[in-house]
Ligand binder design. Sequence first.
Ligand code: SF4
Ligand code: SF4
Length: 442
Amino acid sequence: MEYVPNILFAIALIVGVGYFTRNVKKLSRNIKLGKDVDVSDNKPQRWQNMVRIALGQTKMVVRPVAGIMHIFVYVGFIIINIEVLEIILDGLFGTHRLFSSLGSIYNFLIGSFEILAFLVIVAVVVFWIRRNVIRLQRFIKPEMKGWPKKDGNMILYIEFVLMTLFLTMNAADSQLQQMGAEHYVRAGSFPISQFLTPLLSGMSESGLMMVERTAWWLHILGILAFLNYLYYSKHLHILLAFPNTYFGKVKPKGQLDNLQSVTNEVKLMMDPNADPFAAPATTDAAAVPEKFGASDVMDLNWVQLLNAYTCTECGRCTSECPANQTGKKLSPRKIMMDTRDRLEEVGKNMDANKGEFKPDGKQLLDDYISREELWACTTCNACVQACPVSIDPLSIIVEMRRYLVMEQSAAPMELNNMMSNIENNGAPWPYNQMDRLNWVNE
Ligand code: SF4
Ligand code: SF4
């Protein structure tokens, strides 16, 4: 009987971590559905971006209130992991406050965890008020109805409960230490939870133990449950922000990628020594030519799919988007949310069909993202600049437009006219090249 709690704890840990590993595998498989892209360039710049943007949170503080509050939650998340490690070891080996032998360092750590836990609670309350009472514009856009709204609030509730459990556990523990209860070593400093101890005064030793153990178990089970909630939530960014900022675009923002196949064709046309009637280099006559642009998630590259899973749904991109500000249907955040939703749908299709994707008659274009949204984009890059985790919604818009233009000739009439004019007259205007200088005589 003595080892029952340890065994139960080990089972909970194995189930929690096992399910999380399963979800990570799914996530990785879905991201790998994207096309390959070379991101091996500029390694120093990439590391620098990751340290500056993900670790240093530099883009978050552009909006100071949200930025500073976010830093509390983020630092709290990182630092409190040390405490989680102690809880896991205690749970497995039946010890209590295993790291207490660190003496004053331990006291300092527990004291700082408590202060961070309190700051996290303050930040979470401020975030909740901004979302639900002040109702900031970017949190009430059409794409934030239903699950995204619930998810945003759910994360705040979970963090609030986890931090409260941690402080309650410490409050009961410090009382037990003062009573000299067996097993409760005198260790730690409790600058915040000391204010909760009056609520526990008058309780018996066994009652305090009940409170301490309940808070301890709920805290760690809550953490394991939260770990598994990540996959279904925008909160996945706490893990993916790091690779995403590393693999983010390092070329100048305005530089669009050319299609290699088109570049080759143009080079051939410009080469005076090329034989325009020469047979194509490939000998495989049945080879299907590569599709231009993207109509579904599998046509995007894996960094774009990683972007979709990393999106925090913060809406900073949408709030900066000139198209959205002027009442157009386009929201760059929705582009990312739609890409993730479609990718999830494709993943579930594969799960149901033994790892094979069975065509479902749907695609990202039209079923998720409309042409009206795509053509509303001014390609200004404001969304890319605003994103605190280096996501590039514009690259997806451009790929999907590329598909419309090059595969379907389905550009808006004004653009088609312009492109025909460039082709025929070498200029966007519908005038013959010979008439270009007529204005001189007018
Ligand atoms: S690039 Fe397009 S989507 Fe992004 S902010 Fe500009 S108009 Fe909006
Ligand atoms: S793309 Fe970036 S800025 Fe836009 S909602 Fe997602 S995380 Fe926020």
